[in-house]
Design a protein around this ligand. Structure first.
Ligand code: ADP
Length: 479
């Protein structure tokens, strides 16, 4: 099932390191074990930090053009191995192969984007005189230092490249701790980077079942200077507290509760297509997935009918099977969570407008594409991230009402607006309290765009012009 040569050991200081303990990685579409990987403990974490620190000065002093060349080589290598990597993503994470191919392109794109960014770093310095004319003010950037990068399982490649690309371009060394469910893609990525010429110690990868035990000694060590985390708001808050002890620079991409607004004047095809992508991309297991779909009364019946037809026509199955459009949930815990949210809403009076099918007699963690409406006020589904293929449809009459609903959440990651009126589109987008808004489109992720949220959805931005700044300090020299 897994290609010969798939790395399964820890990657520390440029070497592969076996561990006494290992843990199984399973295919969520059938529960079968794919292989076993090394299970890092706190001692490996400290070895990785030693390696990252030992490599830090040389990497920071490596000419930016050389760092850019290496990232560019890694970009091309990822694309060259697109099919192999896409297959691996599907096997360990479950998404349909077409989406996994898309993730390889998207994930590789961060290396190209940050290679360009590294080449332009020198432009960001400043030279001037203080207003009184007494002396000069010179500013320059320098890397923040060894960085801990913690990634989730939903985009096993892209969440890694988004952080590693920025860190390496800025001149930082890194320790990547991938999610326990999807370590294989991260280990393969380490191999790609090694082959592309990344020196030993610049990137280290720790697969582990003990996320807290491995990260604790790193966060407590004054040599670590930066934490970049993508995951749940609950864990993000915990880690922020720990990061406060060492006053670490932090970038946090946390949970979302995205609202998708469909106005009466929207083009129906565009709105249905956009809502499908915003809901079902990655099986709904995405922090920017449309969690709440608000539809204006005039278009409600038409939208709901078409959208429900499309949702229930999803082909659920193993991601490697041709024709599959909806893979399994990542694990039993996630499937149960989604099922509980639906059961709770239905108990309170929600109506199921449609439900797709799932493979029968399968050990996979499948959950059918489901459309709900008449969601009761106290349903957990209104406030919690669903992270699954369940669409909740609400209605509204006035624009102000829609905005009030959409913003009534402690989260503020993504939002979507569908309307044919450009003035309304801009007015609503500006009033939505989220870091990102898609207008007449259900996907906003792009290496060239700043990804991130406001309120409890996080701190900082990844990608775009800002992505690299998260790994840079400003140095000022008065002369
Ligand atoms: P999810 O619930 O979607 O799995 P998490 O926030 O739990 O999201 O996981 C995101 C990442 O954070 C994963 O790499 C996971 O291993 C890691 N993680 C989870 N708990 C902790 C913790 N206490 N300390 C450090 N990392 C953690």
């Amino acid at each position: 099932m897994i290609e010969a040569g798939q790395p399964t050991e820890l990657f520390i200081g440029g070497d592969w390191l076996p561990t006494e303990r290992t843990f199984p990685v399973a295919d969520p579409a059938n529960g079968r074990q794919l292989c076993a990987v090394a299970d890092a403990g706190p001692e490996h974490a400290l070895a990785a930090l030693d390696a990252a620190c030992a490599a830090a000065a040389d990497w920071a002093a490596t000419p930016a053009a050389r760092r850019a060349d290496i990232l560019r080589t890694a970009y091309e290598a990822l694309l060259g191995r697109r099919e192999e990597i896409a297959r691996l993503i599907t096997l360990e994470m479950g998404k349909p192969i077409a989406e996994a191919r898309g993730e390889v392109d998207y994930g590789a794109g961060f290396f190209r984007w940050f290679a360009d960014g590294a080449g332009r770093l020198h432009l960001d310095g400043g030279y001037g005189h203080e207003p009184g004319g007494q002396y000069r003010i010179l500013t320059a950037h320098r890397p923040v230092g060894p960085s801990l990068l913690i990634t989730p399982w939903n985009f096993p490649l892209a969440m890694g490249t988004r952080k590693i690309g920025a860190a390496l371009a800025a001149g930082c060394t890194a320790i990547l701790k991938p999610a326990e469910q999807t370590p294989l893609t991260a280990l393969l990525l380490a191999d790609v980077l090694r082959e592309a010429g990344v020196p030993g110690g610049v990137v280290n990868v720790l697969s582990t079942t003990d996320a807290a035990g491995v990260t604790e000694p790193l966060l407590a060590d004054p040599r670590l200077r930066k934490l970049s985390f993508t995951g749940s708001t609950r864990v993000g808050k915990l880690l922020l507290e720990k990061a406060a002890r060492g006053v670490l620079r932090t970038s946090m991409e946390l949970g979302g509760n995205a609202a998708l607004l469909v106005f009466d004047d929207a083009d129906l095809d565009t709105a249905v297509e956009g809502a499908m992508v915003a809901k079902l991309r990655n099986g709904g297991e995405s922090c920017v997935a449309a969690n709440r779909i608000y539809v204006q009364s005039g278009i409600r019946a038409a939208f709901t009918e078409r959208f429900t037809e499309r949702m229930t026509a999803s082909v659920c199955g193993h991601g490697l099977e041709p024709g599959t459009t909806l893979g399994p949930m990542i694990d039993e815990r996630q499937r149960t969570k989604v099922a509980d949210l639906v059961a709770d809403a239905v108990r309170g009076g929600a109506r199921v407008l449609g439900e797709g099918t799932v493979p029968q007699d399968s050990e996979g963690f499948f959950y059918p594409a489901t459309v709900l409406t008449d969601i009761p006020q106290d349903a957990a589904l209104r406030t919690e991230e669903i992270f699954g293929p369940v669409a909740a449809i609400y209605s509204f009459d006035e624009e102000t009402e829609a905005l009030a609903y959409a913003n009534d959440t402690p989260f503020g990651l993504a939002s979507y607006v569908f309307t044919g009126d450009v003035s309304r589109a801009m007015r609503v987008a500006e009033a939505l309290d989220t870091g990102m808004t898609g207008i007449n489109r259900g996907v906003v992720s792009n290496p060239a765009a700043p990804f991130g949220g406001v309120k409890e959805s996080g701190l900082g931005r990844e990608g775009g012009g800002q992505g690299i700044e998260e790994y840079l300090e400003t140095k000022y020299i008065g002369l």
